[in-house]
Design a binder for this molecule. Structure first.
Ligand code: DAH
Length: 341
């Protein structure tokens, strides 16, 4: 055998061993199997590595080429080994994730969660709209004095306007002195008594009248009152506030108008209506410029301060907004009805 033949035989053997090694590592199916096979493929005792020892017995001029061929074969096997290792690790990770996957599509049924009553939702939306317009929210008692509910609001005793309010009196103090407030207007009086202008407040809350329950009347209902007192407030400010509220609450395409009316505590007085985009009008509430004698009785100088007030029913607004046709449904608390809002 010539040295020439020995060199080419060595290179051929190296290629064959490399091919075997690549086949073996490709056959390994798990990371464990592959790493266990590593010594036999690339370790000191691996057949391919063993060929290095035989390079020394080749003719000196053949050694560099044979050595390079051997190194290339080893590098090839090492690269294929690393690639296979990456592949098997990724596959195992995928299998693990798949095995640990949680099925979140079938959660146990959640216990029913409550919600705000449609009237509370409506009240909060109204508060939000007025807060955005710079108003704060005030409150007053539902059990009121005759004076706050009527007297201070310019309804003298025996005044016919009192008859419009089917008042429920409370058996407390002198007869007729205590009642369930018939409107939220007494909160105007309380606010003016305890705070000094400028005043920009709304006062939502329950009101009571001696009414027989039917589709459009309830002895308990809700109103929201507005009161603004500042220097130089005019009827134009009232109209502007009503218009701003109308578009903010109902949306663009809605507009408002004031219609002359009468309330003892405002002068002039107006009812205000909202026009829907289809052109139809909806009567919403009462309003007007705070009567000078109301300012005076609350300790404010009408020469310096002027203001406007307005008030309307929250229940009625909710009925219109949600097309509720019987007020009594708001009180029956049938969850099938309430869940719709
Ligand atoms: N309190 C009146 C009512 O219940 C509504 C009302 C009218 C309120 C005019 C006001 C107002 O603040 O200025 O019938």
């Amino acid at each position: 055998m010539t040295a020439e033949e020995t060199a080419s035989a060595l290179v051929a053997e190296a290629r064959g061993l490399a091919t075997d090694a690549v086949a073996a590592l490709t056959a390994a199916d798990t990371v464990a199997e592959l790493t266990a096979a590593r010594p036999d493929l690339l370790g000191k005792g691996a057949p391919l590595t063993g060929l290095r020892r035989r390079v020394g017995s080749l003719a000196p001029e053949d050694r560099p080429a044979a050595g390079r061929a051997l190194s290339e074969a080893l590098a090839e096997v090492a690269a294929r080994y690393e690639a296979r290792l990456d592949e098997l690790r990724a596959a195992e990770r995928r299998r693990q994730l798949e095995a640990e996957r949680l099925d979140l599509t079938e959660l146990p049924e959640r216990p029913p969660v409550g919600r705000l009553h449609v009237i509370s939702q409506t009240q909060r939306r109204l508060e939000d709209v007025f807060c955005a317009m710079g108003y704060t929210v005030a409150e007053g008692p539902e059990i009121e004095t005759e004076w706050h509910n009527f007297g201070a609001l310019n309804f003298p005793p025996g005044h016919p306007a009192r008859d419009m309010y089917d008042t429920l009196y409370v058996d407390h103090g002198p007869p007729g002195s205590t009642l369930l407030r018939t409107h939220t207007s007494p909160v105007q009086v309380r606010v003016m008594q305890r705070q000094s202008p400028p005043l920009y407040v709304v006062a939502p809350g329950r009101c009571y009248r001696q009414d027989t329950a039917d589709a459009t009347h309830m002895p308990v209902f809700h109103q929201i009152e507005g009161l603004v007192v500042d220097e130089g407030i005019t009827l134009g400010d009232l109209a502007g506030a009503i218009e701003t509220f109308t578009t903010a609450y109902f949306g663009p395409g809605f507009t408002s108008r004031l219609r002359p009316s009468y309330f003892p505590f405002t002068e002039p007085s107006a009812e205000f209506d909202v026009q829907r985009p289809d052109g139809t009008w909806l009567e919403l509430g009462g309003s007007g410029m705070v009567h000078p004698s109301v300012l005076e009785v609350c300790g404010l100088d009408p020469e310096r301060w002027s203001g406007f007030a307005f008030g309307f029913g929250i229940d009625r607004l909710a009925m219109l907004r949600y097309s509720i046709d019987d007020l009594r449904d708001l009180w029956t608390n049938d969850s099938r009805f309430l869940e719709q809002f």
